[in-house]
Write a protein that binds this ligand. Structure first.
Ligand SMILES: *[C@@H]1O[C@H](CO)[C@@H](O)[C@H](O)[C@H]1NC(C)=O
Ligand SMILES: *[C@@H]1O[C@H](CO)[C@@H](O)[C@H](O)[C@H]1NC(C)=O
Length: 226
């Protein structure tokens, strides 16, 4: 402020009739009411005072713009954080080595062991369960493959995609015509935070896999709804 007054005084002594009239973009400049009378009696202090007034206006104009920009930035940052924290995607395969998995007595939860991606850690390898981290529409996909071992043998690739223990979709390749076959479900579905999704292998059925990853299970958040 001291600097301003100093500059102002120099300005006043150099140019008595200096006129400063800028109110910032978008605002038409207004004559200063009352300034006219003062100018008639003391032109030096008048230009100085006008200049100060205009500087103050400019200052508060830019300050306002800056504050608005800051608010906008804060909002954008919050939105970005929200998007980051709700990222969720998993994609797993049955195994990475040659292996068949059979369910001889009861339906059993398939524990996919090979992880492509587990963004948000929603998929638990030791339980074979995906726990929904945030309510939203998820896209789930399941591919089941099996090899009967010999021509004419029973091919039985039969699995259920379950949500909270209840089947929502099923895959069934059960015949003696194909020695090997695969089948797929893709399913967008609304789920709530804490819902659990898994895949069960039905009694008497078999899945076979190797490092080609014929059996995959995946899901990702399409968009959040909370
Ligand atoms: C600028 O804005 C801040 C925050 O609203 C305020 O504290 C400060 O007094 C303002 N400065 C001017 C010169 O208007
Ligand atoms: C997976 O589930 C098991 C059994 O409920 C639990 O003990 C373990 O902490 C879970 N792992 C992760 C990474 O959540």
């Amino acid at each position: 402020m001291r600097g301003l007054v100093f500059m102002c005084l120099i300005g006043c002594s150099l140019a008595n009739e200096a006129v400063y009239s800028w109110n910032g973009p978008g605002e038409p400049s207004q004559p200063d009411p009352g300034a006219g009378n003062a100018c008639l009696t003391d032109t030096e202090s008048c230009s100085c005072c006008l200049m100060q007034k205009q500087m103050k206006r400019m200052e508060s104009f830019f300050n306002m713009s800056l504050n608005e920009m800051r608010k906008g930035l804060e909002k954008a940052e919050t939105a970005l954080k929200y998007v980051r924290s709700s990222r969720s995607a998993f994609s797993v395969a049955l195994t990475d080595t040659r292996r068949c998995l059979s369910s001889s007595r009861d339906d059993m939860v398939v524990k996919y062991q090979y992880i492509f991606i587990n963004l948000g850690d929603g998929y638990n390898v030791s339980t074979g369960t995906f726990t929904v981290p945030r309510s939203g529409v998820y896209s789930l996909a399941l591919t089941a493959y099996s090899d009967a071992g010999a021509p004419g043998a029973l091919l039985a690739a039969c699995v259920r995609l379950r949500k909270n223990g209840r089947a929502v979709a099923a895959l069934n390749e059960y015949n003696t015509q194909d020695q090997e076959d695969s089948t797929t479900i893709v399913l967008p579905i609304q789920m709530e935070t804490g819902d659990k999704v898994d895949v069960t292998l039905l009694t008497g059925c078999t899945l076979c896999d190797d490092n080609s990853h014929f059996n995959t299970f995946s899901g990702f958040l399409l968009y959040a709804t909370d």
